[in-house]
Design a protein around this ligand. Structure first.
Ligand SMILES: C[S@@+](CC[C@H](N)C(=O)[O-])C[C@H]1O[C@@H](n2cnc3c(N)ncnc32)[C@H](O)[C@@H]1O
Length: 248
């Protein structure tokens, strides 16, 4: 690690605070700030935390739901147990993972889905932003069937091309959709969170019969951008991510 990295981390008040309060990640404070402003999680809620490793958001969600609530965390990576939650190792874009979540829910619907999901970063901003946008849109599609009407959905997005496609898709499904950048996000980061509240009982008619992902693809097509399709094997090895390229 570079000297600069050490200096920045020593100075980082959120990291210090997280450590002193027993949170596994400084990102716990991002969810706390989202919660303070929007109250997306209530006592007794059933919550799904997507991309939960190492468990900071799961810890906060467990505190917020209290003894009568229930939290499920899911991640590709294994996460040490968080008391009061169930952790699943799996890829949220894989239907088998959704089946596993469904089984855990035993017929209950979720009141809130929170997602701090982030792909493995390549360091090339445009690529990372595009992959992240695609992933967050897939997460929205995965959440819809198991989220109760009136429920909330929070996901991370990075500023850049195409995010309006996801925001429009969210507006077709929730009565309130807002962008929020917690101060606990690093000042150098372009990450922001999409906070969607009050899931509509039915998707608005303009988007009827289309997934959020299909809406995103249409939006990108309007911007003259295509998502490169890859064969099944490549898709699996990249966990469903494709590259964006400008069409000729
Ligand atoms: C920024 S970390 C989450 C930090 C977490 N919110 C916390 O407070 O501890 C993002 C996580 O998303 C996970 N992730 C990426 N793609 C995923 C996928 N397809 N399914 C499940 N998890 C995924 C990564 O493994 C990574 O652990």
């Amino acid at each position: 690690m570079s000297k600069r990295w050490y200096q920045e981390n020593r100075r980082d008040p959120w990291r210090r605070q997280a450590k002193s309060k027993g949170y596994r990640a400084r990102s716990a404070y991002k969810l706390k700030q989202i919660q303070e402003k929007f109250e997306v999680i209530r006592k007794g809620d059933y919550v799904l935390d997507i991309g939960c490793h190492p468990g900071g958001w799961t810890q906060v969600a467990v505190e917020e739901v209290g003894d009568d609530g229930y939290v499920i965390g899911v991640d590709l990576l294994s996460t040490s147990p968080v008391e009061g939650s169930t952790i699943i190792i799996g890829d949220i874009t894989n239907p088998k993972t959704i089946e596993q979540i469904d089984k855990e829910l035993e017929g209950h619907y979720l009141n809130c889905v929170i997602s701090d999901i982030s792909p493995r970063l390549t360091g090339r901003y445009d690529t990372d932003q595009a992959i992240s946008l695609e992933l967050s849109t897939m997460v929205l599609d995965a959440a819809m069937p198991i989220l109760t009407p009136g429920g909330s959905f929070v996901t991370k997005i990075f500023q850049g091309v195409g995010i309006e496609g996801l925001i429009d898709a969210a507006k077709m499904r929730f009565s309130s959709v807002q962008r929020y950048a917690p101060t606990a996000s690093r000042s150098s980061s372009s990450e922001t969170y999409l906070v969607c509240r009050n899931k509509l009982p039915k998707v608005r008619k303009e988007a009827k019969g289309r997934t959020a992902y299909e809406q995103l693809k249409d939006h990108l097509k309007d911007l003259d951008i295509v998502i490169e399709e890859e064969d099944e094997e490549q898709i699996i090895s990249k966990i469903g991510f494709r590259k964006y390229t400008k069409s000729e």
